[in-house]
Write a protein that binds this ligand. Structure first.
Ligand code: FES
Length: 113
């Protein structure tokens, strides 16, 4: 029996290709990235100093839109893996969040029990 309630974050159609969307679920701060039509979902917390990644709403990528960039000290992360490839925390990873996309294209996570 799955006792964790599902939480709908939003619809994938609300995220443009190559763009991001931030979500808050209680104290949990998340963001989704859409790249090549795929959705990636991470906690909005930099593994370097534990700070939120973005300064501006829904802006998480570098100028080229190729990497996730932390606004505090410039760490760069692969969109697909969350792995830091440059900056002060190389090799560390953003915390990815499990989700499903339902039949209505909603991004759905399970709440923590
Ligand atoms: S807190 Fe992200 S690079 Fe320092």
């Amino acid at each position: 029996v799955n006792q964790n309630p599902s939480i709908v974050l939003g619809n994938t159609s609300a995220i443009d290709e190559g763009a991001c969307k931030a979500y808050a679920v209680g104290k949990l701060h998340l963001f989704a990235v859409k790249k090549a039509g795929n959705i990636y979902l991470y906690q909005n917390r930099c593994p370097h100093a534990g700070l939120p990644l973005n300064w501006f709403p829904d802006k998480f990528l570098d100028r080229d839109g190729e990497l996730i960039q932390c606004s505090s000290h410039g760490a760069l992360f692969q969109i697909e893996t969350g792995r830091c490839v440059a900056g002060p925390c190389p090799g560390r990873r953003l915390q990815s969040i499990d989700f499903i996309v339902d039949n209505d294209d909603n991004i759905v996570i399970q709440a923590e029990a």
